[in-house]
Each structure stands twice: as C-alpha cells, then as structure tokens.
Ligand binder design. Structure first.
Ligand code: GLU
Length: 389
C-alpha cells in the first residue's frame, strides 16, 4: 500500500526539490580523525551522478544545498565548536563560493549546468520578491540548468534568518510547485522512539515510521531537537518542513543520504526513509491562500475573450485582455479580476504594478515586450497564480 503511494508519486514526477544536508557532502570522518570537517569533492561528484540519472528520467531538479559554513570553516581552519556571528558569516562567504566551485566542476563532468541562488527571509516573505525568485527559477529550469539554492548566510544575522535549510527547502518546493521534496540528511527518517536512547527491552526497539499522513503534536514531539554537530536542523525542522509542504499538497520524503544508494532506491520506489504525504486533496491550498487569505489591493476588468480563456480554458491572463485598472497595487499583490458586467470571476497575483498595467492594458504581447524589455512578463497573471472563483 505504502509502496503504491510512492510509485504513484514517482510515476509522473516532473519536478523535484532535493535538500542536501551538510553531512552528505562533508568528509564525514574528519571529526573523528581530529581534522576540521570540510567539503568532500568526491561526495559532490557522486551526487552529480545521481542528479544526472534523475534528469535523464525527464525530471527537473532544484537543489537546496547546505555546506557553506562547513566548507568555509575548513578553509579558514576554524575548528572550535562555537563560532561568533561574524565568523559564521565569514565562513559562509568563503565557503559558498568554494561550494559552488565544487558543484560546478563536478556537475559539468556529468554535462549539467548549475546556477547559484542565495535567498533570505525577506525574499520569501515579500510576495513580489517571492515571485521574482520564482520567475528566475522557472527560467533556469526552462534552460535545463540545475539551480542550487542556499540561504544568504553572509549578510543575514541570526535573528532574521530562516536559519535552517529544511525550512528553506520546503519554501522552495512550494515556490517552484515541485511534486516532491526529498530531504537527504544523516538521519534515516522519523523513529517511533529516539534511536540514540538505549532501552533494554526488545519490544521498545525504535521503529522507523515509513509513512506519516498527518503531523500531530505527538509527531512533532517525537522529532525532538538536533543532535549532530554538522547539521543545523535535526529531525524537528524536517517534520516542520514536511508539514509546510503537505499543506501545499506536496509530499516530503526524509531519507538518509549517507547511504550512497539512497537516491537510486527512492527513484525505484523502494520504501526508504519516512514519507510525509496526506494525499492530493490538499493540492488547492495555495490557491485557497490566494483567493481567501490575501487581501486584494485592486481590481482589473477583462474583456469577454480573456474571460473565456481564463474561466473555460484555464489560461493565463495576458495584457491584451485587460480593459481597465483600479487601485494602487504593486507587483506580486493580489487583485480581483472582474468581467465587463462587474462580476468577480477570479483572483490572482499580478506581475505588473497598477501604473504599468494601465500603460499596457489592451496591448499585444510583442509591444509590451518592446516597452519593458527586462521587466517583461508575458502574463499579467500567470495561471499558476490565478484562482477562478
Ligand atoms: N545555510 C547553512 C550553510 O550553508 C546551512 C543551514 C542548514 O544546514 O540547515 O552552511
């Protein structure tokens, strides 16, 4: 039954976000051997092979990779347990470029192009910047590039940070409308009991939970807090990340990536790790959020052709179909879409501010392209950001 669910998820998988924990690409035994833990290029090379195989299945891949601070620590020779914030930021700055350099070299050998995107809390909280990031990611994917995302650690201080890449990867999965988030870390998944705590009784032996369809308070408690010295999040942030993606209709799979075969096992539908998945019925949550949570900042009226395209054919709204514009909205705001009788037919997130839209309403796409050049969007509201009421 659980395997069937996994196979179902994998069957039409076209876009996956994979979170790479620092421990997956570190020289894992460095700590034990008394060395500073650092980046291991061989692990990155192996990862490149795995991603190649996923891409060959006709599936787009977005990576969220940790490891900047770990790599920078090693390069600066900072082995002490606790770093100050400026030290962490310096490590992130030196480590991030080294990390990307390594990714670029190893992925190139597999014929894969990579691109770096560093995101901060602000980029994700602000809807306009959120959409901007989304457009950049979409464009990279269209060109067959593997985006590699990390938090912009070198300029953000702890108080305003996202803080861990589990949370970041969940947000990215929602941002790109992925069909699956895979979190590769050094934990096997969620256990029925903390596996690091010994118990004499056999019946108390911790069991790996293969499938979770609802993140209850009890599950959150089970996840506990982080234990590893290299990773930031531990199981707790993974469970919260899964909760986030599930509410957007995206399954999350937490798997131990220290097993070199883990990814191949995942993609052959083997039952590894813990799958968090409540089923497809929640898929409309994001649209629910657009339609019911956001307060519209303005409204636009569309002609009958555009109405038909939106309502009957599930298309995006283009400038040519816009008849009039009301209100002071900015890029990324929610707006009401009305037909010519004044009935609200849809709501969506707008790609142009009110002033620009006033200028381009009714215009053909080619003319808008000439006018806006770099800030050009083909759609006034993309269909993914549009909810027909
Ligand atoms: N952004 C951090 C880094 O690259 C890691 C955060 C995490 O592992 O959750 O070093």
């Amino acid at each position: 039954m659980q395997n069937d669910i996994r196979k179902e998820i994998l069957k039409d998988l076209k876009r996956v976000v994979i979170k790479i924990g620092s421990s997956i690409i570190s020289n894992r035994d460095g700590g034990r051997a008394g060395l500073t833990i650092g980046l291991n290029a061989d692990h990155v090379r192996r990862l490149a092979g795995t991603i190649r195989r996923i891409v060959d299945r006709n599936c787009e891949v977005v990576l969220v990779s940790s490891g900047a601070i770990m790599a920078g620590r090693e390069r600066l020779g900072l082995s002490k347990a606790h770093l100050t914030i400026p030290e962490k930021q310096a490590c992130a700055a030196i480590g991030q470029s080294y990390l990307m350099h390594t990714y670029e070299k190893k992925f190139e050998k597999e014929g894969l192009k990579v691109a770096q995107i560093l995101l901060g809390h602000d980029d994700l909280e602000n809807r306009g910047r959120f959409l901007n990031a989304k457009h950049t990611l979409e464009t990279l994917l269209e060109h067959g590039v593997i985006p590699i995302i990390n938090e912009n650690d070198s300029v953000t201080v702890d108080e305003i940070k996202i803080g861990d890449n589990d949370t970041l990867s969940a947000t990215v999965a929602c941002l790109v409308d992925a069909q699956l988030l895979v979190i590769l870390s050094d934990v096997d998944g969620l256990y029925s009991r903390d596996p690091s705590k010994k118990s004499g009784k056999k019946q108390d032996a911790p069991k790996l939970i293969g499938h979770i369809d609802h993140v209850t308070d009890e599950i959150e408690k089970l996840a506990g807090k982080s234990k590893s010295s290299v990773t930031v999040g531990g199981m707790y942030t993974k469970v919260l990340a899964a909760k986030q993606t599930m509410s957007f209709g995206i399954p999350t799979l937490v798997v131990n990536g220290l097993d070199n075969k883990a990814s191949d096992k995942i993609f052959s539908g083997e039952s590894v790790g813990t799958l968090f998945w409540a089923g497809k019925e929640k898929i409309k949550t994001r649209k629910h959020w657009i339609a019911h949570t956001l307060k519209p900042s303005g409204q636009i009226t569309v002609d009958s052709g555009a109405k038909k395209a939106i309502v009957e054919r599930g298309k995006s709204l283009l400038p040519a179909g816009v008849v009039s514009v009301e209100g002071q909205f900015a890029f990324g705001n929610a707006v009401r879409v009305l037909d010519e009788k004044g009935t609200e037919i849809a709501r969506g997130l707008i790609n142009y501010n009110a002033r620009d839209l006033e200028q381009i309403k009714g215009m053909k796409t080619a003319a808008v392209r000439n006018l806006f050049d770099q800030n050009f969007y083909e759609e006034v509201i993309h269909r993914d950001d549009l909810v027909v009421l």
